[in-house]
Write a protein that binds this ligand. Structure first.
Ligand SMILES: [Zn+2]
Length: 217
């Protein structure tokens, strides 16, 4: 581990941890009860806790390349993202699921390029965004639209999960599609009524129902 990271660990123990000591000890004793499952891209510029002004115990986070949700299947493979979704719903009983993509997403851009031959797992994983691609060149506008269409696609896939569909139908679980504009610090949310992503805080968002990819065409 580079010295830089070790130095940061020391700083955390010395300066940051004391500010949160009570919270961490409470959470250790009482367990975690986050209300939100946050499915975000692994991109280092997307920082879920900063974005949502959240502290310890508030977000259950699963991140992967492209903020993709694998399709529901019964293959019982090593599906880490699927396992996290099941754990969040069954064990934590989260109320909200956020799928958060972002501008300048390398996973989305890679969909318009040749698949990396030395990375078969990555190439296969990226196929989870293929359906969101547009039959055009990868202009900044096309990439922006593909990022947003992919978020809608992942929300559709979430609705294939029996636990998710049941929770939404009971009115106990709410799905949200967010697109984070890195350079502006702005999040737009999928608003089904307007068939578009709108600045957070305007419109009802994607609560209560599955998005439809067609809406974004
Ligand atoms: Zn990304």
């Amino acid at each position: 581990m580079p010295d830089d990271l070790l130095g940061r660990l020391k700083r955390f123990r010395r300066s940051t941890f004391p500010r949160y000591r009570r919270e961490f000890r409470d959470l250790a004793q009482r367990g975690q009860h986050p209300r939100t499952l946050f499915i975000g891209c692994s991109d280092s510029r997307l920082v879920p806790h900063l974005l949502t002004d959240s502290g310890p115990g508030e977000l259950f986070v699963v991140r992967n390349v492209g903020n993709f949700v694998p399709p529901w299947d019964a293959s019982r493979g090593y599906h880490g993202t699927c396992a996290a979704i099941e754990f969040a719903l069954l064990n934590l009983r989260v109320r909200d699921i956020v799928v958060c993509g972002h501008s300048h997403c390398g996973a989305v851009r890679a969909l318009y390029e040749d698949a990396p031959a030395q990375a078969p797992h990555l190439a296969q994983w990226l196929e989870l965004g293929r359906e969101a691609c547009l039959p055009v060149r990868s202009t900044p506008e096309a990439l922006h639209r593909t990022e947003q269409r992919s978020i809608a696609l992942q929300l559709e896939r979430l609705m294939q999960y029996p636990l998710v569909a049941a929770g939404v139908e009971r009115g106990e679980l709410f799905l949200h599609g967010w697109h984070y504009l890195i350079e502006e610090g702005e999040v737009t949310v999928l608003d089904l009524a307007q068939s578009a992503f709108v600045p957070a805080g305007r419109g009802p968002g994607a609560d209560g129902g599955p998005p439809v990819l067609d809406l974004l065409q």
